[in-house]
Design a protein around this ligand. Structure first.
Ligand SMILES: Cc1ncc(COP(=O)(O)O)c(C=O)c1O
Length: 397
């Protein structure tokens, strides 16, 4: 019995200590409890050393059972050796990248990425003497041409935000490794259910678990997965940066991920049906979804993605703010939200949100026009979802 004594103390002392430890067998509950504790008490210095030896639980910023449980889950799904769980997708990206580069290094990055990833590279890392070049990662000759002797990391998203282009992970990994560089892939849009970048040559895979992985729009978290050696470096830095996810968030994300395969499959199927209908709609100027035979990387996507083409679509609407507003108001199901991957269909306007800080000239180079709307497809009934979009698009008639 841990710290049990026959001694009695004053009310003020007993109120602090009674019921502090549960000594009856409480292991293997059907659902993991939430370990809301900053620290774990140890009996003596031998006990402390024994915990260090097995990387046990002492202090929450270093390790927490809920984070460890989520690490086990994401590591298994992404087919890595180990992971860290972070307080957001951005915490995962920043912790991973800071663990890989230092002053004088060069990052070669895809040019269409989540806007804040670009901001982190261009506004934060460049301030610490890290040089970044952005090229179109669907163009392998452009990648080769941009490599420098100090290129340490290649960085891309499996499916880019918001242009929904698909990168040939195997080919880019090969180029990176030919030049002794590491390859980091953000798999947020596809999830480990859709594709596992580590199986296609990536060295680290990062995920914003906030999105499709958790899927319930109620928790913000991220992960980095890879080899033991690379994750150990990222973990050592994470402990110092304090970019860890808390216990409750880790628990919520693990709960959400239990149904990830069911949700993401439905989201992919709905997205393919909606993309087809949007492509046939006369009011939509362009539809970006890899399921469409006209998508420039349709064949590549078929090879990489065995389960479906992802739940994200972008569409280009006429550059008419009043009509875009009327369209948004007329939709009953899809609603505007500055997130994605939830079980309900949502819309975003990259020019006003994720790419707000990117200069117009850069944005247009990526293809992000004012009329571009990004759709994160949910798990609604397919016919309900498609007909709601088709009715709302009539405002452009
Ligand atoms: C592709 C991608 N990566 C990373 C992030 C950042 O994730 P978080 O908001 O969890 O920090 C996002 C956010 O939308 C994203 O779309």
């Amino acid at each position: 019995m841990f710290k049990k004594t026959d001694k009695t103390f004053a009310f003020e002392t007993e109120i602090l200590n009674q019921g502090a430890y549960i000594d009856l067998l409480a292991s293997n509950p059907e659902t993991a409890p939430i370990y809301l504790t900053t620290a774990f008490n140890v009996e003596d210095l031998d006990d402390l050393q024994a915990r260090y030896a097995v990387k046990g639980f002492c202090y929450n910023r270093n390790r927490n059972p809920n984070r460890t449980a989520l690490i086990e889950l994401i590591t298994h799904l992404e087919k890595g050796e180990n992971s860290i769980i972070c307080s957001s997708g951005m915490a995962a990206i920043s912790t991973a990248m800071l663990s890989l580069v230092q002053q004088g290094d060069h990052i070669l990055s895809d040019q269409t990425l989540y806007g804040e990833t670009i901001d982190f590279f261009s506004k934060v890392l460049s301030g610490y003497g890290v040089d970044v070049t952005y090229v179109n990662f669907t163009d392998q000759a452009a990648i080769e041409a941009a490599i420098k002797p100090n290129t340490k990391v290649f960085y891309t998203e499996t499916v880019s935000n918001p242009m929904i282009s698909v990168v040939d992970l195997d080919a880019v990994a090969q180029i990176a490794h030919n030049h002794q560089a590491l390859f980091v892939v953000d798999n947020t849009f596809m999830t480990a259910y859709g594709v596992r970048p580590l199986e296609h040559g990536a060295d680290l895979v990062v995920n914003s678990l906030t999105k499709f992985a958790n899927g319930h729009s109620d928790a913000v978290a991220g992960s980095v997965t890879g080899s033991d050696a690379l994750i150990q470096k990222a973990y050592n830095l994470q402990v110092l940066l304090g970019s860890t996810a808390d216990a409750f968030t880790s628990w919520l994300v693990q709960r959400g991920m239990r149904t990830m395969s069911l949700r993401v499959q439905k989201q992919m199927d709905n997205a393919a049906a909606l993309a087809k209908a949007l492509d046939e709609c006369p009011y939509v100027l362009k539809v970006f979804h890899p399921s469409l035979p006209g998508h420039p990387q349709h064949d590549l996507a078929k090879r990489l993605f065995k389960k479906g083409f992802g739940g994200m679509i972008s569409i280009e609407l006429p550059n008419d703010k009043d009509k875009i507003n009327a369209f948004m108001r007329k939709l009953n199901l899809a609603h505007y939200a500055m997130t994605l991957g939830g079980y309900r269909t949502s819309l975003a306007h990259p020019v006003s949100s994720s790419h707000y800080d990117i200069p117009e000239e850069e944005r247009l180079k990526m293809g992000i026009t004012y009329g571009l709307m990004r759709i994160s497809v949910g798990i609604e009934d397919t016919d309900d979802l498609v007909s709601d979009f088709m009715e709302a698009l009539e405002v452009f008639a």
